[in-house]
Design a binder for this molecule. Sequence first.
Ligand code: GDD
Ligand code: MN
Length: 359
Amino acid sequence: MPHLSIVVPTYNEAENVPFLLERVQAALSSVDFELVIVDDDSPDGTARLAQELSVRYPFVRVVKRTDQRDLATAVIEGFRHSRGEVLTVMDADLQHPPEKIRDLLEKIDAGADIVVGSRYVPGGEIEAWPFKRRFYSKGARAIAYLLLPRSRAVQDPMSGFFMLCRQVLDGVELHPIGYKILLEILVRGRYQRVEEVPITFRDRERGTSSLVFNEYRKYTRHLLRLSWEEGEILRFIKFGLVGGSGVLVNEGLLWLLWGVWGVMLLGASLVAVELSIIWNFIWNEVWTFRDRGEDGIRAFFKRMGQFNLVSLVGLGLNVSILLLLHHLFGVYPLTANIVGIAVAFTWNFAANNLWTWFR
Ligand code: GDD
Ligand code: MN
């Protein structure tokens, strides 16, 4: 049994496979490993070529699928055929440097459960992406961080180059959509220690990428499914319900203070606003974010302060968007206010999720 299994999904990579095998062999002398190519019946004959090359490179095994064409499930299929205690996933197009496998393996052997070849830690980089693609990538990551707390374990949860101990997947069922298989593992896997090794994500020299633009849609669906199953969408809904109840509290208090007791309007409103913020805070504390946040009275009041600050900024956002849209673009105030409320609500959720109740 090999110690390490390297799973390489391929689709039309015949031009790259010979170089890949040569470099992997050179990089891993003295390591006991196998390399499992999972090919989806590439028209360019990748599978046949790899099979032929396995004579010269005995560590190569080829799995050919004819019923599917999908990167994520190809990787899972590769796991199934792997015999090593340690699993690696790597692309065939040499955008991931095979020379780094050793560095990842060192961390695993030193006790890490998952190691990610990372473009976003110091020393890591992306060779040839235009600004737009970098921007999308960071944006996609920000949404993942917001909706999937477990993805925050690493700087690069979207990397296609990573290593893990087999136990991480024990009893875990993976069913990703699209190709962010690491994200799926970070959310569903069983692990304690995660580490990152900086890599340079090289430009593709040969062949063409087969992942097309609708991957963004698949990514969105994948993300929503994962966060629904993790209860994070529900959290968002709870946060909204609490916010709605706060509006009622605010109104009720204003009615009581100003309408019934005759307190002056400004004072009455300030008290109503602050008390409804505290109301919201309490409910978010005991309901929306019950599973988050440190114990203890100090931490509790710290969170209350943070929540107040976030709400204040939210209020500022709401009002300035309202005024801006109205005075600059002539939008009807009640319509502009809806936009303001939507932005402020998103801000409030994000800031409280990532700061007040960070985990
Ligand atoms: N079996 C199989 N089936 N393999 C596939 C398929 C498929 O349908 N589509 C792509 N592959 C293989 C390619 O042959 C290559 O080895 C690897 O999967 C990555 O495909 P690319 O087309 O080169 O993807 P990319 O460079 O755009 O994306 C890479 O970088 C992303 C980081 O932004 C991948 O590593 C992604 O997983 C990663 O998220
Ligand atoms: Mn690629």
